[in-house]
Design a protein around this ligand. Structure first.
Ligand code: FEO
Ligand code: CA
Ligand code: CA
Ligand code: CA
Length: 743
């Protein structure tokens, strides 16, 4: 489990669903409906034959409209395969990639790999020059997408032997990046980084890589070191702040006094892609990088600014202490990470620099010199990614998004303009057209299996200047402070939304809720959509209460209308040990062949296979993180269940939830297990489905810094083996002899 991802800054106390659940059970009891599935069959939850579920794959729904220029959507109604075509792989704690029999998994792009002809080979001893990282693979590979290239180097929708991988580099494992970890002097608020070289190296290894990859005639994949498409985007890259919050007063910094630009992108976690051929990268745990000592700075701030910093967690020394390097450069290379009010005006310092992070960022990989843009219409939070609904000509473009922190929310964006297939190769200009103007919604999951998308629109409901908790001033204020707006409208607090994915067969949207703990998913706050509070015994630790194994929620909007403001939901899968209590914990009937914990990455192949990746710290006494494949059914294909939760005091609470049909090992099985201390994240495929790319992030990250001089004590040496320092890397997976991966 990656560190730094657990900050909880949501103090609002309105939107837990337990009260609704209790009210509904009481109400249903009065009406004698408890034995009748809470009346849900009448609402289309069970059976799937009513209008609420029409358009989600039923035989009589119209065939989806063909979409030109996209590779992720089905050209015609797609039938999901009926069986997975591989043998489940066993759980493992070995320091190796364990892939199912008959497949080959090859690391092809590793931390430090040179991305120009003149960049030296990676030494991997901590001494590679900092400046060289401007043209090397970054660290902590995360979200990723494959953009096909034809033989002429032009954008293709079908090429499967050549393309551009765009890869996020979320964070760093400091122990292995420098000679002996970070050089720090002093402690607490007085701690400072004393090596500018090390900090510069860290500036470059965060961000995004665009790298060309090719498959040789013998089937072997490799990256192209001297490709003219290769590009690094990092914390020093100039970025435009596009959309309604750009060029506004609270985006002003010394770098860009008019608030039109910022420098860099950071903590790029999950991702997305657009129907017009661009990549979306998500800024997740950016808040922790800024230095802002609250006791020093709060007295200089007004009430709204204090509320903003509190809600987004901008407080502390900065996780990597970047602001502490002295002397600074003329362009504030280090001081721009200090978010304290220090000058007479915001344009004289970086007090509002945090407002320029926390966005969905658009990159055109096919145009190496194109401007990078942050799309502010999609709201500012701890973005995990942005996943498009199937683009339909004449309909708005829709993206689903999650805010990855405990008790945070699920959002969607609906464009103002309708999709025109002529924009299929539109690049960043198409992004200007579709992503700078639209409606931002946040999700409320009702206890009855329905849900509501609530628009975050200034001037409506509680989003006005009259709000006594937080006086909203305009739509830019709502977007920059989307978490505060979502609190105000009563959205549903979820168990850490990670990746989403849209099922090409049914149009249903799946989203992983990776886990929560006892403090954040208390017994009292369990609700229909986040229903579990239990103890998962880990090794000798007998106190792992909350929802430590996570679950995967899914929903579908009525009649295939992705811009609708209502939806129906259920829970596709519950993470659990196969040995856990079947009535209250292992609700999806997981077995030794498919049990998992902490789902994170999620991807639907264009054949309809659902790939699930884990980023886990709960089940790691038994297994390293893994990749599984599933063949899901439809929203509402299971049943309602009432479970009994138990907390550490022995107190109990019953919650009624809706559980998707148990897939069994025929339709859910483990495909791959990663090396020590890694998470499996990032997933992309070639259009022919014959190559799957995944990322292995932070192998060996639990190695104590005290072991850095003793390579034999590193917890991992993957992928280079021997006594090498471990490296995050992209892995290409193919079926021996060819064929679609997983089937
Ligand atoms: Fe960076 Fe949400 O995982
Ligand atoms: Ca991570
Ligand atoms: Ca993640
Ligand atoms: Ca995670």
């Amino acid at each position: 489990m990656t560190i730094h991802e657990d900050a909880v800054t949501n103090p609002s106390n309105g939107p837990h669903l337990n009260d609704l659940v209790d009210a509904r059970i009481e109400d249903a009891g009065r009406r004698g409906l408890l034995r009748g599935g809470l009346g849900l069959s009448a609402m289309g939850f069970i059976g799937g034959g009513t209008g609420l579920l029409a358009g989600c794959g039923s035989d009589d729904s119209p065939a989806p409209t063909a979409v030109a220029g996209t590779t992720q959507t089905a050209p015609v109604a797609l039938t999901r395969p009926t069986a997975l075509g591989f043998t489940p792989v066993a759980k493992s704690v070995a320091d190796s990639v364990s892939v199912t029999a008959g497949y080959t998994a090859t690391p092809i792009f590793k931390l430090g790999d040179p991305m120009t002809a003149s960049t030296a080979a990676y030494r991997n001893d901590g001494n590679d020059p900092a400046a060289s990282f401007a043209t090397r693979a970054g660290d902590h590979h995360d979200g990723m997408h494959f953009f096909p290239l034809d033989a002429n180097g032009q954008r293709s929708t079908t090429a499967s032997d050549r393309g551009l991988l765009v890869i996020n580099h979320e964070a760093i494992t400091p122990a292995f990046l420098h000679p002996a970890g970070q050089t720090i002097s002093g402690t607490g608020n007085a701690a400072v980084r004393t090596s500018a070289e090390e900090v510069l190296r860290e500036f470059y290894v965060h961000g995004v890589s665009v790298v060309e990859v090719r498959r040789a005639t013998n089937g072997t994949w490799s990256y192209v070191q001297n490709s003219s498409f290769n590009r690094r985007i990092h914390t020093l890259t100039d970025v435009v702040l596009a959309g309604p919050a750009g060029r506004t007063a609270t985006m002003a910094t010394k770098y860009s006094p008019d608030g039109s630009r910022t420098r860099g992108t950071l903590n790029n976690c999950g991702n997305g892609y657009t129907p017009w051929g661009t990549y979306l990268t998500a800024e997740e745990n950016w808040a922790g990088y800024f230095r802002r000592i609250a006791a020093v700075d709060d007295p200089k701030r007004n009430a709204k600014e204090k509320a903003q910093n509190a809600r987004y967690g901008v407080a502390g020394t900065g996780r990597e202490l970047w602001a502490t390097v002295t002397p600074d450069t003329g362009d504030d290379l280090y001081g721009r990470w200090n978010a304290e009010s220090r000058a007479s005006t915001p344009a004289g310092d970086y007090r509002f620099a945090p407002n320029t992070y926390g966005w969905i960022v658009e990159i055109d990989p096919y145009a190496p010199s194109s401007q990078v843009k942050k799309r502010t219409a999609l709201g500012r939070f701890a973005h995990e990614g942005a996943w498009p609904a199937k683009a339909v000509v004449g309909k708005p473009v829709v993206f689903y998004m999650g805010c990855d922190s405990r008790n945070e929310y699920i959002y969607k964006f609906v464009s103002a303009r309708n999709w025109d297939a002529a924009d299929a190769n539109g690049g960043i200009a198409a992004g200007d057209k579709y992503m700078d103007d639209g409606k931002l919604y946040v999700a409320r999951f009702n206890a009855d299996g329905t849900g509501t998308w609530i628009e975050l629109k200034f001037g409506t409901g509680t989003l006005t200047a009259a709000n006594t908790t937080y006086a909203f001033s305009d739509q830019a204020d709502v977007l920059i402070n989307a978490r505060i707006a979502a609190d105000a409208v009563g959205a549903t607090k979820m168990d850490r939304p990670e990746w989403g994915a849209v099922d090409p067969v049914t149009g249903a949207v799946y989203m992983t809720l990776t886990n929560s703990n006892a403090a954040n998913r208390t017994l009292a706050s369990t609700d229909a959509a986040n229903p579990r509070h239990y103890n998962d015994v880990k090794g000798t630790s007998t106190n792992q209460f909350g929802n430590p194994n996570g679950h995967i929620v899914r929903w579908v909007e009525p009649n295939g209308d992705t811009s609708a403001t209502t939806f129906n939901w259920d829970i596709f899968l519950f993470g659990a040990r196969a040995t856990a209590n079947a009535a209250n914990v292992n609700l999806s009937g997981l077995t030794a062949e498919n049990d998992f914990s902490s789902p994170d990455g999620l991807w639907f192949s264009n054949k309809g296979v659902c790939w699930i990746q884990t980023d886990d710290g709960a089940y790691t006494d038994v297994t390293n993180c893994m990749l599984l494949a599933a063949l899901p059914g439809t929203v509402g294909d299971g049943s309602t269940k009432t479970i009994t939760n138990t907390d550490s005091t022995g107190a109990t609470k019953q919650v009624t939830t809706r559980v998707g049909a148990a897939p069994g090992t025929a339709k859910l099985r483990r495909f791959l297990v990663g090396p020590k201390d890694c998470e499996i994240t990032g997933v992309a495929e070639t259009p022919d489905g014959q190559t799957l790319f995944i990322n292995i992030q932070h192998p060996g990250e639990d190695t104590p810094i005290s072991a850095i001089a003793n390579p034999a004590a590193f917890t991992s040496h993957w992928p280079d083996g021997g006594l090498a320092r471990p490296r995050s890397a992209t892995v290409a997976i193919t079926k021996n002899g060819g064929g679609v991966v997983g089937l």
